[in-house]
Design a protein around this ligand. Structure first.
Ligand code: B12
Length: 214
């Protein structure tokens, strides 16, 4: 195993072991070793969060551990974010982003926001637990090219369809492209609810958004 793989694995394990004291140091070490911030997020921390989710499913971890894992990831992101953002690049498009009503998961959405910004998009982040009316209002006000929605719970996926319906009712559906994401989201679901695309991860999501504005 290369040194770089070893650091990435240590970062993954720091998330799994809820090691909030060491995550920032490890992220700095990884940056110093020349590992792109992007790889640290996708191959290290996100992989760790996946394992945390599996442990939760097996009843090895409980809600307290989920919360803590989220906090550890956020600490790491503080170190990595400045290395992901794109600086003063010409804006290539505007994206409204939000986690749908009833859903408080925002770690994945925040990564999408950071990578979209790095790719040159202006991102208007509506936050979490966003009701359909707020998406509609934001589209009216900001006239974005793209609306991105995140849902991590199977019970809140339905809210994505509600947002699309609300945009249709407001006569705005055809003015934007719609992309959805989050662990339970599939391409079939996107087709079913009338979204334009679903993304497995932030990288795929950003590539799809780029293809829409080029
Ligand atoms: C951390 C976490 C929490 C934290 C969230 C902290 C935060 N600020 O986000 C807290 C503790 C708050 C939490 C709470 C709950 N959680 Co939770 N949580 C997780 C966990 C472990 C990790 C999620 C995460 O951050 N992953 C890392 C990020 C990087 O990945 P991601 O979110 O999938 O995002 C990537 C892609 O999906 C994609 N993406 C995401 N959104 C979007 C949007 C767009 C537009 C695009 C293009 C791409 C994209 O790009 C991202 C980066 O690549 C997951 C397990 C899992 N495997 O997902 C459970 C999980 C999602 N939670 C679960 C549950 C059950 C809950 C609770 C109901 C628990 C409870 N009993 O209260 C509550 C619900 C609270 C609520 N109303 O939302 C279940 C959901 C089960 C289901 N099928 O619905 C999961 C799957 C755990 C499990 N295996 O059972 N949780």
């Amino acid at each position: 195993m290369s040194d770089k793989d070893e650091i990435i694995n240590k970062i993954r394990d720091a998330i799994v072991n809820l090691d909030i004291d060491n995550i920032q140091r490890l992220c700095m070490e990884a940056l110093k070793a020349g590992i792109p911030a992007y790889d640290i997020v996708m191959k290290g921390m996100s992989k760790g969060m996946e394992i945390v989710g599996e442990k939760y499913e097996r009843n090895e971890y409980f809600l307290a551990e989920l919360i803590m894992a989220g906090e550890v990831m956020k600490e790491g992101m503080k170190v990595l974010e400045p290395h992901l953002a794109g600086g003063e690049v010409k804006k290539i498009g505007k994206v409204i982003l939000g986690t749908v009503r009833g859903d408080l998961h925002d770690i994945g959405k925040n990564i999408v926001a950071t990578l979209l910004t790095a790719a040159g998009f202006e991102v208007i982040d509506l936050g979490v637990d966003v009701p359909p009316e707020k998406f509609v209002e934001a589209v009216k006000e900001n006239k974005p090219d793209i609306v991105g929605m995140s849902a991590l719970l199977t019970t809140t996926m339905i809210e994505m369809e509600n947002v699309i319906k609300a945009l249709k009712d407001a006569g705005l559906r055809d003015k934007v492209k719609i992309i959805i994401g989050g662990a339970p989201i599939t391409k079939e679901f996107a087709d079913k609810i009338g979204a334009d695309a679903a993304a497995r991860d932030a990288v795929e999501g950003v590539n799809i958004c780029k293809s829409w504005v080029s």
